[in-house]
Design a protein around this ligand. Structure first.
Ligand SMILES: *Cc1c(COP(=O)(O)O)cnc(C)c1O
Length: 706
């Protein structure tokens, strides 16, 4: 193997490449067609290119580029002068262990479902960039999350293509003598075995547990089939594997975490395994609980009581009967840890309650969500006053480099002296912006929107092809004409996220005539792009998709309202960079934070959102638009109508006229002022570098620094 070939192979085995535009383009240029076909997966790409071909391409085309990228990668990996070594040296010896049921790192690794996973992925990337000693723990889901298809009626169908380890940059974890490392967990009366995989994410490592091995009975193999798949029984088994299995894995690796971070309650059973270890050392139950508490921090993401994981007493008994004995506690003690009222253990076991009881700190994911969480859980702390409740907040962010794009990257590089620090502070962002003319900025927008429209045409021809496979093509269905009708001159609004009903995707269709007038306004037209998956069991969410697809086929909306199937990280990257406006209209306060709107900002996109989650604290009157000013009502329908009316008002009276107000060069000066304000006020704050620094200084360190 030549030097270049081995360098390319090496780069493919660390997901660092996924947030380095040059590395990404290197892989893409090896074979642009194949790159699309393998879903941007370099390991798969390299499996399809013969060694000779690879050598030839590496030699003649990009020898020096490969050398450059590899050198930067090696410098990155070897850098010891990092933020963490300077600001949190206590954490260098022992890792932060971060547990999450899903990680959205790249579209080629389908072990995530939505926002929670993307957040975990962006968290681990920033932890790597900041130089934290950091390991992630999750499961390896062989079928991942589903691929979404729409049938001719617009109804969502699910498909579960398998993921093969040999096509992914994951390695089997082995013992010193070269055998597979196998972890054992007790579930009900059985022992379940899990193989461990490791994945390099820059300097950080993600470990993935996998029960899909011959040693297990088939129903235990299925624990690692699907992200959030199956019933409650499957769910509890997955959570045991993640929490208890995860702690056992760390022990087998001789890692002694400085802190265990539970990202959402799914992994809360990890506290039980820590408890078992303390009790085995000879501590009494109460003392052992205190010890566990000293080691754990917890982040909650769910602002409504119904959203929290809960298990029945019977299910707990069945599943933990044997484990509690191993643990050295009795079943009642276990139930008390997860009961909202410890005096009454006959009801449900709540994972969030367990997490809150056995963590030294807890936080929500935006300022508003912190308030909501304090109020929701105050009874656990024996108070009526939310201010007395020790739940803080750290607002979510995004990993800026991952959400940039080749084009956006080059744009900012050509205007900033120091691209590394471009969005590290408002001052540096403003400095770069001061070198960007309105025409430059408008060109960026125009170009990104054209790229998106090109992408959509290619994507749709595939999508329509599939739709017509289910039912014969109807001549009167002219949806094929969609491709040509999107225009880069038209104000483009995007809405894409999980189709959980609280996100109210169809809101903009509340008044069809009014929307028709907006979309088909002859001088100020608008086009809408939708995408999103409903959970396979969520028929109400699927019905929302069906409605939007049906509406998009009406003559007045054809080619102007688009639904893209199979929303994922790759589609998200395209959408957030291309649209002018990112729309978010959830039921306040159900969007704990939301992050997708943050992704659009560095591309010059603007947010139009309900005052919920992160937007509630980021909106300042000049950096986007708010829908209403934070009203809440207990009446769902009434709230829906009012929010929809407010949405139309902002669109008609403020947003659309601003977009179409042009100077003599046809540049929307007032609009671009908003864009500048958005970039300066949002990008430096709502990113995971800031977020992980906050976690470190406030929660990961034993002695908080802020
Ligand atoms: C960012 C992202 C999300 C989260 O979107 P929200 O609007 O914050 O809920 C979900 N899915 C994908 C693929 C994303 O990239």
């Amino acid at each position: 193997m030549s030097k270049n070939t081995s360098a390319v192979k090496k780069l493919s085995r660390n997901l660092w490449w996924s947030w380095d535009t040059d590395a990404k383009e290197l892989f893409k240029n090896l074979s642009p067609l194949l790159w699309e076909r393998v879903n941007h997966n370099p390991v798969e790409l390299l499996r399809h290119i013969s060694t000779d071909e690879l050598e030839a391409r590496c030699e003649c085309e990009f020898g020096s580029r490969i050398t450059q990228v590899k050198q930067r990668f090696e410098e990155y990996m070897a850098d010891t002068n990092t933020w963490a070594t300077n600001h949190a040296p206590e954490l260098v010896a022992n890792p932060v262990a971060y547990f999450s049921a899903e990680f959205g790192i790249h579209e080629s690794l389908r072990i995530y479902s939505g926002g929670l996973g993307i957040l975990s992925g962006d968290h681990i990337k920033s932890a790597s960039d900041l130089g934290l000693n950091f390991v992630g723990i999750t499961l390896f889901y062989k079928e991942g999350y589903f691929r979404q298809y729409l049938n001719h009626d617009g109804w969502q169908l699910e498909d579960y293509p398998l993921q093969y380890p040999e096509s992914l940059p994951i390695e089997k974890v082995t013992t010193k003598d070269g055998k597979d490392l196998i972890i054992e967990v007790t579930i009900a009366q059985s022992t379940v075995y899990a193989q461990a995989w490791s994945l390099k994410v820059g300097r950080a490592t993600l470990y993935l547990l996998d029960t899909n091995i011959p040693a297990n009975e088939s129903h235990y193999r299925e624990i690692c089939s699907r992200v959030y798949g199956g019933d409650q029984n499957m769910r509890i088994n997955q959570e045991i594997l993640l929490g208890i299995g995860g702690v056992k894995l760390l022990e087998a690796l001789h890692l002694e975490p400085a802190v265990y971070h539970m990202n959402e309650g799914h992994s809360a059973f990890l506290t039980l395994e820590l408890l078992r270890k303390e009790i085995a050392k000879g501590l009494k139950f109460e003392k052992a609980c205190e010890k566990v508490k000293e080691q754990c921090v917890f982040t909650t993401h769910t602002p409504v009581p119904a959203g929290h994981d809960r298990f029945s007493r019977d299910m707990m008994h069945y599943t933990f009967d044997k484990y509690v004995t191993q643990c050295g506690i009795d079943f009642e003690q276990l139930m008390k840890l997860g009961a909202e009222d410890p005096q009454n253990t006959s009801g449900l076991f709540t994972m969030t309650v367990l997490s809150l009881r056995l963590s030294r700190s807890a936080n929500g994911v935006s300022k508003l969500h912190g308030e909501v969480s304090r109020d929701m859980w105050k009874h656990l702390y024996g108070t009526d006053d939310p201010k007395q409740v020790p739940i803080g907040h750290i607002t979510n962010g995004i990993h800026t480099k991952s959400w940039s794009s080749g084009f956006t990257d080059r744009f900012w590089k050509s205007h900033a002296e120091n691209i590394e620090n471009l969005f590290s502070s408002r001052e540096s962002a403003e400095k770069a912006l001061s070198k960007v003319s309105d025409i430059d900025l408008w060109c960026l927008r125009y170009r990104l929107k054209r790229n998106l429209i090109d992408f959509i045409s290619r994507y749709l021809s595939n999508q329509l092809y599939h739709q017509h496979q289910f039912t014969p093509y109807k001549p009167e269905d002219s949806s094929r004409s969609v491709k040509s009708s999107l225009s880069p001159d038209v104000l483009t609004i995007g809405f894409a996220r999980r189709f959980a009903t609280y996100k109210r995707a169809p809101m903009i269709f509340q008044d069809i005539d009014r929307l028709n007038a907006i979309i088909n306004n002859p001088v100020m037209p608008v086009q809408l792009i939708f995408a999103g998956k409903a959970h396979p069991h969520d028929d109400a969410g699927k019905e929302y998709i069906r409605q939007i697809v049906e509406l998009s086929r009406r003559p007045q909306f054809l080619g102007k309202v688009i639904f893209l199937e199979n929303y994922n990280l790759g589609v998200a990257k395209r959408l957030v960079s291309g649209v002018d406006v990112w729309l978010n209209n959830p039921v306040r306060p159900m969007e704990a934070s939301g992050t997708s709107g943050q992704k659009t900002v560095l591309h010059g996109g603007l947010n139009l959102s309900i005052m919920d989650g992160w937007w509630c604290e980021a909106y300042n009157g000049t950096n986007g638009w708010s829908i209403g000013s934070g009203e809440e009502s207990d009446n769902y329908d009434e709230q829906y109508r009012k929010d929809a009316a407010r949405l139309y008002e902002v669109l008609e009276n403020q947003l659309i006229p601003t977009f179409y107000e042009r100077n003599e060069h046809n540049v929307p000066v007032r609009w671009l002022k908003n864009v500048r304000n958005a970039i300066a006020s949002i990008a430096p704050v709502y990113n995971t570098d800031r977020m992980v620094k906050e976690y470190t200084l406030r929660y990961y360190l034993k002695e908080p620094r802020v």
